[in-house]
Design a protein around this ligand. Structure first.
Ligand SMILES: C[S@@+](CC[C@H](N)C(=O)[O-])C[C@H]1O[C@@H](n2cnc3c(N)ncnc32)[C@H](O)[C@@H]1O
Length: 204
């Protein structure tokens, strides 16, 4: 996560700050506004806060890997929004996921950070916690037909791999195939600013 945590300031992600407005505009066209959302990899919680403020009837359950739950908690403790729930400690590789029937699972900028094996487990886990007709909303950069959508994404991929060899921009088709094997069918794939995508899968 690109997070500044200097001088005891709150953890803050410049990327989340940049992309939250465009994502919200798209979410306004997708959500009714009263859904029960489960977020995977909430990070600094900036998306949760921005979207929960915009949709006061929405219920937004944050989550983070156990080692970083305190990051999400620290930021959420500064706001008083009764439609955001404290982060659930979830590593997508966990055997046991929360027993919920989510209307929506949201995850942003996670598939290229976690190992591919974990990304696969995320898709399988999401399929289990989504109710029929529920949506899996996945935001981030992807490759299509093996190609990056921009030179900057190619450089980003190289930089990810040089820091952590298990990281990297994923093949969209691999995610789509895996999703469809678990009854998550592609509904939309929107191009977003800065060479990102907002992908919607619908649970059958
Ligand atoms: C680049 S940050 C994105 C954070 C936030 N979603 C955002 O868009 O600002 C990647 C996030 O993926 C989370 N993550 C990485 N591996 C994970 C795993 N195995 N299970 C759940 N979350 C994971 C990290 O802890 C981190 O919060």
């Amino acid at each position: 996560m690109s997070t500044n945590d200097l001088n005891n300031e709150l953890p803050h992600s410049p990327a989340a700050e940049r992309n939250k407005a465009a994502i919200l505009e798209k979410l306004k066209t997708i959500l009714k506004g009263n859904e029960r959302v489960f977020e995977i990899g909430s990070g600094t919680g900036q998306h949760a806060i921005h979207f929960a403020k915009a949709f006061p009837e929405l219920s937004w359950q944050t989550s983070e890997v156990p080692s970083r739950v305190s990051v999400t908690s620290a930021v959420l403790s500064t706001v008083h929004l009764n439609n955001i729930q404290k982060p659930y400690a979830l590593d997508v590789c966990d055997e046991i996921w929360p027993e919920i029937n989510a209307d929506v699972v949201y995850s942003s900028n996670t598939t290229h950070i976690m190992p591919w094996d974990a990304a696969k487990k995320m898709v399988i886990g999401v399929a289990k916690i989504l109710k029929p007709n529920g949506l899996f909303i996945l935001y981030g950069p992807f490759k299509y037909a093996g190609a990056f959508t921009s030179e900057s994404n190619k450089l980003f991929d190289m930089s990810l791999k040089s820091t952590e060899p298990h990281q990297g921009i994923r093949d969209f088709e691999a995610i789509q195939k895996l999703a469809s094997e678990h009854e998550l069918y592609l509904q939309s794939d929107f191009s977003m600013p800065a060479n990102n995508q907002l992908v919607i899968f619908k649970k059958q």
